[in-house]
Write a protein that binds this ligand. Structure first.
Ligand SMILES: Nc1ncnc2c1ncn2[C@@H]1O[C@H](COP(=O)(O)OP(=O)(O)OP(=O)(O)O)[C@@H](O)[C@H]1O
Length: 248
């Protein structure tokens, strides 16, 4: 079976800044992969190239064995890629329910009652059902992060790309979010999660890569990656969090 996602020799630079240098990796159906790396390593750019928001200078992006390198973002959403953005992008004047309904229409291609049932089901899965009728602009940070996940899941993806959804949350809030992502993954979703809150990744993913300077510098079991000398040097005191070693 073809991997769910495969990047083959992907390259991208902004002038002198190399964000991807002959980068290859794959994600199997239902796999959960964590991505760490210092600020500016190219992690969000990688997501943008997977979701179609950024065109690589070279290389190929495959989804389910299909070359989607030239496909527009909406076509990739329809093909099964759902992503969150580092800065949540809800429609603030629409309710929580309406925000997810839009994604059910545009991403999952659902209409009428089917779309409504799907949107409500997603809100239940991410713990937002009670806030369905609240305008998105009135949500607190954890709820905004949940809505960002709900909007991505609302598009009906098989591959969910999470970009720093735990940033800025308190520890109990991170734990709640981890529970949501773990449940989505347990339901069969492939997950790729970029996160600086490393212990959230350790609790969720089976594999981790570290990106730096456009290269994969470590790839494997999360605690092994975090213990890797090159990874530790890249973080130099800023992390990986000491607690991650105990999986706290
Ligand atoms: N559209 C763009 N034009 C020019 N430079 C860009 C563009 N997008 C990203 N960059 C640069 O590419 C580098 C990688 O950015 P990117 O956001 O992918 O890193 P990141 O690993 O996600 O960082 P962070 O952890 O801080 O979010 C940075 O130096 C950034 O300034």
């Amino acid at each position: 079976m073809a991997p769910l996602l495969r990047l083959d020799g992907v390259a991208k630079s902004f002038g002198q800044v190399v964000v991807a240098r002959d980068l290859s990796l794959s994600v199997e159906p239902g796999e959960a992969l964590g991505i760490v790396g210092p600020n500016g390593a190219g992690k969000s750019s990688l997501f943008a190239m997977i979701s179609g928001d950024l065109r690589p200078d070279g290389g190929t992006v495959w989804l389910d064995g299909r070359d989607v390198t030239g496909a527009a973002p909406h076509a990739r959403t329809r093909a099964g890629i759902g992503r969150t953005f580092q800065v949540p992008r809800p429609f603030g004047h629409l309710t929580v329910f309406e925000n997810v309904l839009v994604c059910a229409h545009q991403g999952a291609g659902l209409r009428g009652r089917q779309a409504q049932a799907h949107a409500m089901g997603v809100l239940e899965r991410v713990g937002l059902a009670e806030l369905a009728n609240t305008p998105a602009g009135r949500l607190a940070l954890l709820q905004r992060k949940r809505l960002e996940v709900a909007r991505a899941v609302g598009t009906g993806p098989r591959l969910l790309l999470l970009d720093e959804v735990a940033g800025g949350l308190t520890e109990p809030e991170v734990a709640e979010l981890v529970a949501v992502v773990r449940e989505l993954h347990a339901g069969g979703l492939g997950v790729v999660w970029i996160e600086h809150v490393v212990h959230a990744l350790v609790k969720t993913v089976g594999r981790m890569i570290c990106l730096a300077g456009g290269d994969v510098v470590a790839d494997g079991e999360p605690l092994r990656v975090l213990a890797d000398q090159r990874v530790r040097e890249l973080y130099l005191g800023a992390g990986p969090e000491a607690g991650a070693e105990e999986g706290s």
